[in-house]
Design a protein around this ligand. Structure first.
Ligand code: FES
Length: 154
């Protein structure tokens, strides 16, 4: 890594942290307290037996929000780090990434952002790694944790 790359990366990280902080503060004051309160909800995803023995598998988890059935995709990864869940939402502008089995990396179709199998940015414009989602296994089922408004989670 050259000094210029290091300084550019550091500057990007600082700008991203500042922008994220400002947006979080703005969102905090723009929304009423009832909407701000959030709670972790674990959503049913798959049978434990369906977990990938090794590698990456796309799965879906479901939950109800205000009476509507919601479904989102998630990547379940099993590698030397263990089993973990990655959000497919690109951290650049929110497109959904695809997994390329031959290259063993996630590729964003919108602007070419690339992530390694752990979700770390390899190249392109994404400012941060793919988000790891909480994952738990209970009674033979795999659950993905997401934050929902407390009123919807009850
Ligand atoms: S939205 Fe993924 S690289 Fe731009």
């Amino acid at each position: 890594m050259t000094r210029r790359n290091f300084l550019t990366g550091t500057a990007k990280a600082i700008v991203t942290a500042i922008v994220t902080g400002v947006m979080a503060v703005a969102a905090y004051f723009m929304y009423p307290a009832g909407l701000r309160a959030r709670a972790m909800v674990y959503c049913d995803c798959m049978d434990e037996d369906a977990l990938p023995k090794k590698g990456v598998k796309r799965a879906e988890y479901r939950y109800k929000l205000k009476g509507n059935e919601m479904a989102h995709s998630v990547f379940i990864v099993n590698d030397e780090r263990g089993v973990y869940a990655l959000s497919p939402v690109c951290t650049h502008l929110g497109c959904l990434v695809n997994y390329n089995r031959l290259k063993n990396e996630f590729i964003c179709p919108c602007h070419g952002g690339k992530y390694d199998v752990s979700g770390k940015v390899i190249s392109g414009p994404p400012p941060a790694p793919l988000t790891r989602l909480p994952l738990k296994i209970e009674n033979g089922r795999v659950y993905i944790g997401i934050m929902l408004p407390a009123t919807a989670a009850a």
